[in-house]
Ligand binder design. Structure first.
Ligand code: AVJ
Ligand code: FE
Length: 436
């Protein structure tokens, strides 16, 4: 019955909201109040800004829009509007202190759960199948990943810990040939998909090959050793200019010892660079230069999505994940901050797509060659600042999620974007090429 479906959906929504809040608490309870207020990088907000912004966004959508309740703190809307204040200016604002921010987000959550209990999850598009609640859980998880990147930028000893990811012993370089033909890109049916993932539309792609795995540190070390950062001909004009200006010589957080060995600093711990792990913390420009060096290219978004979703035996495009609608298990993908680094290639054979492409979900966000544009007949929903205002901007698309992405915040249709110079995000890439 409708009631049963509604109560199952309500329980799922309460669970994704709870999971997001417990992660937020972990990320913000791990450091002192003064560190919560500090700006660890010009690129990032103080953690306490993210914390109260999460609460403010939840208040705007779940308390006021969906619940039609009176504001809790209308006076905070300006301070936590990401479009009014740049990240670098946020420490100078009269923002809530950590105790106030925790109290505020907790008060909002209490009201939000009451609204969830009393709202029919049908009819109006904003609430149909729980969309607004899922949107807010995704928003919190997106900021949790941003806060995780802030943790990675923070100086000092480790504040976060997690078990090591599973090991793998695959050999890089293996490719999958994807036969020419149409597939369905985007979705009209995923109840929790965000506006830029729709509408579903047919896309024809000629035959192409895509790597079975993301590019590894071992492969990347070869690129460096072969003069990859010195050879201008491998870089686009913009990429080279940035390479020189920013003095890029290796992925972010890599350090070289006097004996020539490479080390990587991650969350306050320094370890030897692990050759079998996907490379992380590279910009689009570095990914593009590597691809040229390797005689390949980055996939376009449609090629990534077809490799993730298309089943050549049925001719159909799959659901939320290659295996269906269920959240990934710990054997299928390195998602959800279970680990604090990418897993070796070959560690998740159970997460392979129908075409046999592995580790598309989790580990590292994968840069694609595509710019951020709307799908044909895109309709903004429910607010233009989620994606519409970014269309046509200086952004490249990323797909698949990282070890720091929660399962609720990624799916085969999910589209992420960032400036091509950014690399504080958990970004890597895989390669593709034309097949004649
Ligand atoms: C979709 C990850 C690019 O973090 O800038 C958070 C998500 N939008 N709050 C971002 C987002 C508004 C967004 N990304
Ligand atoms: Fe936000």
């Amino acid at each position: 019955t409708t009631t049963d479906t509604g109560s199952i959906e309500r329980r799922r929504l309460a669970e994704v909201l709870r999971r997001a809040r417990s992660r937020t608490a972990g990320l913000t309870d791990a450091v002192s109040d003064s560190e919560l207020r500090a700006q660890h990088s010009e690129l990032m907000s103080p953690l306490v800004w993210d914390l109260a912004h999460i609460g403010n966004q939840e208040e705007l959508w779940l308390i006021r829009e969906v619940g039609r309740r009176a504001p809790i703190r209308a006076d905070l809307d300006d301070l936590y509007d990401a479009f009014r204040h740049s990240r670098s200016s946020r420490p100078g604002l009269p923002i809530l202190d950590p105790t106030q921010a925790r109290e505020y987000t907790a008060a909002v959550r209490q009201h939000a759960l009451e609204v969830l209990d009393s709202t029919p999850l049908t009819g109006d598009r904003l609430v149909d199948r729980g969309f607004a609640f899922a949107m807010i859980a995704q928003h919190e998880q997106q900021h949790d990943e941003t806060m995780l990147a802030t943790h990675q930028l923070r100086a000092g000893s480790a504040a976060l810990t997690a078990p090591k990811p599973p090991v793998g012993n695959a050999v890089p370089g293996d490719e999958i040939v994807v036969p020419a033909g149409e597939f369905t890109m985007g979705t009209d049916t995923d109840p929790w998909a965000l506006d830029n993932e729709s509408p579903a539309h047919r896309v024809y792609l000629p035959t192409y090959a895509i790597d079975r795995f993301p590019v590894t540190n071992g492969q990347y070390v070869e690129f460096i050793a072969d003069g990859g950062y010195q050879r201008q001909e491998l870089w686009s004009a913009r990429g080279w200019e940035h390479r020189v200006t920013a003095d890029l010589t290796a992925p972010q957080f890599w350090e070289r010892d006097s004996d020539g060995s490479w080390w990587r600093r991650a969350f306050g711990v320094r370890n030897p660079v692990r050759p079998s792990q996907p490379v992380v913390h590279v910009s689009f420009h570095e990914a593009e230069a590597f691809a040229r060096w390797a005689g390949k290219r980055l996939p376009i978004e449609a090629e990534w999505e077809k490799a993730a979703r298309f089943d050549p035996t049925t001719g159909r495009s799959g659901g939320r994940y290659p295996w269906g609608e269920d959240d990934p298990t710990s054997a299928q993908a390195n998602l959800g901050q279970r680990h604090l680094e990418p897993a070796d290639i070959g560690a998740y054979p159970d997460g392979a797509s129908a075409l046999g492409v592995e580790q598309m979900f989790g580990d590292v966000w994968e840069w694609t060659a595509s710019d951020f544009t709307a799908y044909p007949e895109f309709a903004m929903f429910p607010y233009p600042e989620y994606s519409e205002v970014f269309f046509g901007g200086d952004y490249k698309m990323l797909r698949g999620g990282s070890f720091g992405t929660d399962p609720v915040a990624v799916r085969s249709t999910f589209r992420n974007w960032d400036h091509p110079i950014r690399r504080q995000i958990f970004s890597g890439f895989r390669l593709a090429r034309d097949v004649a």
